[in-house]
Design a protein around this ligand. Structure first.
Ligand SMILES: Nc1ncnc2c1ncn2[C@@H]1O[C@H](COP(=O)(O)OP(=O)(O)OP(=O)(O)O)[C@@H](O)[C@H]1O
Length: 230
């Protein structure tokens, strides 16, 4: 019974996850028998030294890569029990990604990049909702611009809007404010935090920034592929 209650509040459960790269002497234990649980509607910061395995863990949590062993449950679903196409479908519905390098489509303008995940999931675009997000991230006058005409910060904000547009249960972010000036960084952080408080979304963010890590409800430290909660 207790276990059941515990599971209900956790949106994400990682059990004994392992991902090694290479073999023999050159083997890198990027994720080394890691287990953790994250509660719904919380902001969790993942911190750790460069090369400790943060990005690999985030990719595995988001179903972008497959582990050597171990399990990941999202909202009660054992994601790696699904075949690739079903996993991709699940990912599109449940998870919003914000990557370090934005991954915008160069041939699409800001608006088209933002609404792309809706189209992939056969969902209708609600222009007012998109306008609302554009306004929140301060890009309303850039919606027709192509990515090549945007600054690094504007590209990053477009990527953030794209991750938020489907209102995913989980937002996975890898250093999302790394390229922003400190004022914009604070605005983006307050937008992401409001997703957690206003919409009950769960935010899991890798950051090197101690100030941002301090804003989180929980902090997970990664050391040599292992997770320690602080
Ligand atoms: N595709 C890959 N092939 C081989 N080794 C890899 C691969 N991806 C990551 N690694 C190695 O796995 C380890 C963990 O990498 P990862 O990118 O997860 O660390 P990180 O903590 O996110 O680092 P950073 O803070 O610098 O982004 C590193 O030693 C890295 O070199």
């Amino acid at each position: 019974m207790e276990r059941g209650l515990e599971d209900m509040s956790s949106i994400l459960k990682v059990e004994d996850l392992v991902k090694y790269y290479g073999e023999g002497e050159n083997q890198v234990r990027a994720v080394d028998h890691t287990s953790l649980q994250i509660e719904r509607g919380k902001f969790t910061a993942i911190v750790g030294r460069s090369g400790s395995g943060k990005s690999t863990l985030l990719h595995l949590i988001g179903g972008l890569d497959r582990p050597d062993s171990g399990k990941v449950w999202i909202d009660g679903t054992d994601i790696y029990s699904r075949k690739d196409d079903k996993l991709a479908q699940f990912r599109r519905k449940k998870i919003g990604f914000i990557f370090q390098d934005f991954n915008l489509i160069p041939s699409l303008n800001v608006w088209e990049n933002i609404v792309l995940p809706l189209g992939l999931d056969n969902r209708k675009v609600k222009p007012r909702e998109v306008e609302d997000i554009l306004k929140k991230i301060g890009l309303q006058d850039k919606k027709d611009a192509m990515p090549s005409a945007l600054s690094g910060g504007q590209k990053q904000r477009t990527a953030i809007a794209r991750a938020l547009v489907t209102r995913p249960a989980i937002i996975l972010a890898d250093e999302p404010t790394g390229n922003l000036d400190s004022q914009t960084e604070l605005e983006v952080m307050s937008l992401l935090k409001s997703c957690v408080s206003d919409f009950g979304q769960t935010l899991i963010m890798i950051t090197h920034d101690e100030t941002i890590a301090q804003m989180a409800d929980e902090m997970i430290i990664i050391e040599d592929g292992k997770a320690v909660r602080r």
